[in-house]
Design a protein around this ligand. Structure first.
Ligand SMILES: *[C@@H]1O[C@H](CO)[C@@H](O)[C@H](O)[C@H]1NC(C)=O
Ligand SMILES: *[C@@H]1O[C@H](CO)[C@@H](O)[C@H](O)[C@H]1NC(C)=O
Ligand SMILES: *[C@@H]1O[C@H](CO)[C@@H](O)[C@H](O)[C@H]1NC(C)=O
Length: 360
């Protein structure tokens, strides 16, 4: 009966789910949260997918695993990049039937810099995981980049070989899965937010493309590296996350009113074109200091802070001036280990005390 109860829970939740402001769905991102539903339930009818995403899934069922992996990659990276900040990318509790919530709470639809980062990193995560799957030979639609199979430079002693990542299919899939058909984005009623989200999706994908690099392996007698085999590869996702975090910090505020196209908010900058790889936001962020359940903001009470840091993780900034509590935490570990002939290791038990500070 457990299974039926769960299915009912999903169905109820799907029905109750309020239409999302801005129209671009983010609920698929729940797939990246480990506590969200048992993995064997993963199928195209999954409640986290929108109708359009389900149709696409039915055409390409092999990709659902990559969709989940991409969401996981993105959620983990968001948590890592923001672990020292007041907003530490809280995903929120998985939705209950009578309390339908999008992932990331209000931040997914708030049009802030945080919204921008979430959309960019998830779109990038999808490109990354789908491309990995292509390179692993798991897909019939895509594989390694065959255009690089031959060629290179004999005089410089290298040639293309191995499997070069081909991100084209991943880029296509990420667009198809997330962006949907490009609609008329001018006018009012949240269309500005939708245009912003679509732009940030693309900026995330562009980050994956921009950070492609070349790896080589040496051959030749005793590691002389007389000949090298090289292949194009995506950067580790951590690097892409770091790059997008930088974009987040330098993101561009746009005007809420989108007439023909998006424009910068600053009056004297409105003619300056908006590059497609920059992140855009409309609304200023809240300070994230105090809990606001309605907006899905947990606040910083209880967060661990660093007493000596001047940065965002310092007690001053993180605790918003409320001060902090200090606890002494005792650690016991094995230490001064010695190898004893023959054959075991003998250690001592060492105790140490550290101060841990948490925000009031
Ligand atoms: C490719 O498929 C195999 C077997 O299904 C799976 O174990 C592996 O994780 C897949 N790799 C990627 C990158 O999707
Ligand atoms: C887009 O929508 C606006 C207002 O709804 C309308 O005035 C405009 O003609 C539409 N543009 C296109 C290309 O359909
Ligand atoms: C606290 O911040 C200081 C200065 O930035 C740094 O050197 C130290 O490693 C940090 N401590 C912890 C526990 O992160």
């Amino acid at each position: 009966m457990e299974g039926a109860g769960l299915a009912l829970r999903w169905a109820l939740w799907a029905m109750l789910l309020t239409p999302f402001p801005g129209g671009v769905h983010g609920n698929w991102m729940w797939l990246g949260v480990p506590s969200f539903g048992p993995p064997e339930k993963l199928g195209c009818a999954h409640a986290a997918l929108s109708g359009r995403q389900r149709d696409l899934c039915k055409k390409k069922p092999a990709l659902l695993g990559s969709v989940r992996d991409g969401a996981r990659l993105a959620v983990r990276e968001c948590r890592r990049q923001f672990r020292h900040e007041r907003w530490d990318c809280p995903v929120g509790a998985p939705p209950a039937p009578h309390d339908p919530r999008p992932p990331f709470g209000h931040q997914l639809g708030s049009g802030t810099k945080e919204t921008a980062f979430i959309y960019a990193v998830t779109a990038a995560g999808l490109v990354h995981s789908v491309t990995r799957s292509c390179s692993a030979g798991n897909m019939t639609e895509c594989s390694c980049d065959t255009s690089l199979q031959n060629g290179g430079s004999a005089s410089e002693g290298w040639h293309w070989g191995g499997c070069s990542d081909d991100i084209q299919y991943g880029m296509w899939f990420s667009r198809k899965f997330l962006d949907g058909p490009t609609k008329n984005l001018t006018g009012k009623d949240g269309k500005g937010l939708q245009a912003m989200n679509l732009h940030n999706n693309e900026a995330g994908r562009q980050a994956v493309a921009k950070l492609m690099s070349v790896d080589c392996r040496c051959h030749g007698v005793s590691g002389s590296c007389a000949v090298k085999t090289c292949w194009r590869t995506m950067s580790p996702f951590e690097k892409i996350g770091h790059f997008l975090k930088d974009k987040y910090e330098n993101s561009i505020q746009i005007s809420e009113k989108v007439k023909k196209k998006m424009r910068r908010k600053e009056k004297d900058q409105q003619k300056v074109p908006i590059p497609k790889d920059e992140l855009l936001y409309m609304n200023k962020s809240p300070n994230y200091c105090v809990e606001d359940r309605r907006l899905g903001i947990p606040g910083t009470r209880g967060r661990e802070c660093n007493r000596t840091s001047e940065g965002a993780d310092g007690c001053n900034l993180l605790c918003c001036g409320r001060g902090y509590n200090t606890h002494v935490v005792r650690h016991v570990e094995r230490c001064e280990c010695k190898f004893v002939w023959c054959c075991y290791v003998r250690c001592r038990r060492c105790e140490s005390m550290t101060d841990v500070h948490t925000c009031k």
